[in-house]
Design a protein around this ligand. Structure first.
Ligand code: FCB
Length: 452
């Protein structure tokens, strides 16, 4: 049996009074209204229509209908005691063709959302890119085209100009590694490319685009706090054999440090560089040393422990996934709260970020609304309690963690898994859009309000 304290009051006592308890979400996963009020097409509109790309052919056309229900959703965030909400802006909603003409009705939506959040006492944490690139830009090469650095800066300048008088907390990218590698090498996210050199160009351009966006935000919002959300799950070798240990070190360098090292001013990591080169990923790719990230804080998205097993001594000839016989979520992800503590401690030792915000953490389980009208998701409450406790351990060990954003407020469109995976602390009935706070949501409310 697992030992953990679920008492939210006991847990809350381990955090300072100004610790931010929040929720995280993203535009394409919740907004819906995909063809409304002048929104342009995004690469996820296109990709989700490719047969077999998503479970049941699900799309984000309607999602949680948050575009129309944002007032109700902001009320929920407030009722659940959160002091912060991390959301993303849909680039094709505000600039339908990606560059050029601005869609005022799109900008107005975020204007109203920000006002609503502030009126409810919730701090908006605005993320500029959560994977829903305008299709018109993909048609021009997307993130593999170097021009994206300027396109992204212009888009950022528009959003910063429109909302920077009220939004102080900014993020440039969500999980640049997932966008580069899953979407351009593995082909399982939009735009669905399967070409490593393309993925490496995308990664390089993301790092440069990050730097141009930071400059654009700083120019428009003098008091801005700027971060980026990097996904670092714990990486562990499957055994202590030399091949497995080397594979784990190469994977973590080629994937996680590939972004972290440049963001903290060190250029690309040599172990990762060697691994990518040996695997042929850099053929025909010209990498230029990316500028440092100029970060006020680092966002950490953490979900699981990934175990790496070498099939041979060749880089990328690996199996990466959950070890066998371990506790799993409905995603098949290895539940490892101690990994969150360790990742926080390691990141702090390695990079000394000024602050770290846990910008996503959560779990999918097979929730049902039971006959009493409630969702008894004890597994999710346990997951959250153990991970929050791990954050408390990291804090006690001296890591400057200042916030925790649960993924997610609502069950939503989980990318290629469509609506089949539920991550919300609030249940959504997708046929009626009815929201039901799960037991985990009530638990989180206690945690967040005790923490005040
Ligand atoms: C993260 C994504 C987020 C959501 C969670 C479950 O990788 O940033 O959009 O899909 O996983």
């Amino acid at each position: 049996m697992n030992e953990f304290a679920t008492s939210p009051a006991d847990l809350a006592r381990r955090f300072p009074a100004d610790f931010e308890w929040g929720f995280a979400a993203s535009a394409y996963q919740v907004e819906g209204a995909a063809a409304q009020d002048g929104r342009g097409a995004s690469i996820w509109d296109t990709f989700s229509r490719v047969p077999g790309a998503t479970i049941n052919g699900d799309t984000g056309d309607v999602a949680c209908d948050h575009y129309h229900r944002f007032r109700e959703d902001v009320r929920l965030i407030a009722e659940l005691g959160a002091s912060a909400y991390r959301f993303s802006v849909s680039w094709p909603r505000v600039i339908p063709a990606g560059t050029g003409a601005v869609n005022r009705r799109g900008v107005d939506f975020y204007d109203r959302l920000v006002d609503e959040l502030l009126a409810a006492g919730i701090k908006p944490l605005l993320n500029l890119f959560h994977w829903d690139l305008p299709q018109a830009l993909q048609d021009r090469g997307g993130f593999a085209n170097r021009e994206i650095r300027g396109w992204f800066a212009d888009y950022t300048a528009l959003v910063a100009g429109a909302l920077g008088d009220r939004v102080t907390d900014w993020m440039t990218f969500n999980e640049p590694a997932v966008f580069a590698f899953l979407a351009h090498a593995d082909g399982i996210h939009a735009p669905g490319a399967r070409d490593w050199p393309t993925a490496m160009r995308v990664a390089d351009n993301e790092l440069h685009a990050h730097a141009s966006a930071v400059a654009a935000i700083r120019a428009a919002v003098p008091n801005a706090r700027i971060g980026v959300a990097i996904d670092v799950n714990q990486v562990a070798p499957a055994t202590d054999s030399d091949d497995d240990v080397q594979a784990a070190a190469q994977w973590s360098s080629a994937r996680d440090a590939w972004f972290l090292d440049p963001l903290f001013g060190r250029g690309y990591p040599s172990v990762g560089l060697e691994a990518h080169r040996a695997a042929g990923h850099l053929e025909g790719v010209e990498l230029s040393t990316p500028p440092s990230g100029d970060l006020d804080y680092l966002g950490l998205n953490y979900y699981r422990r990934d175990t790496v097993r070498a099939r041979s001594d060749r880089p990328f000839d690996w199996e990466v996934g959950a070890a066998s016989g371990v506790e799993l979520t409905d995603m098949g992800w290895h539940v490892a709260p101690d990994g969150l503590r360790d990742v926080l401690v390691d990141l702090n030792r390695e990079y000394s970020a000024k602050e770290i915000v846990v910008s996503e953490n959560g779990a999918a389980y097979r929730d049902v609304v039971e006959s009493d009208g409630r969702v008894h998701d004890g597994d999710r409450t346990a997951y959250l309690a153990r991970h929050v406790s791990a954050v408390g351990d990291a804090l006690a060990a001296g890591v400057p963690v200042t916030g925790y954003m649960a993924w997610s407020l609502l069950d939503n469109f989980e990318w290629s898994f469509g609506y089949s995976k539920r991550f919300g602390l609030v249940h959504v009935d997708f046929s009626t859009q009815r929201r039901t706070v799960k037991d985990s949501g009530k638990w989180y409310q206690n945690l967040a309000s005790n923490g005040r």
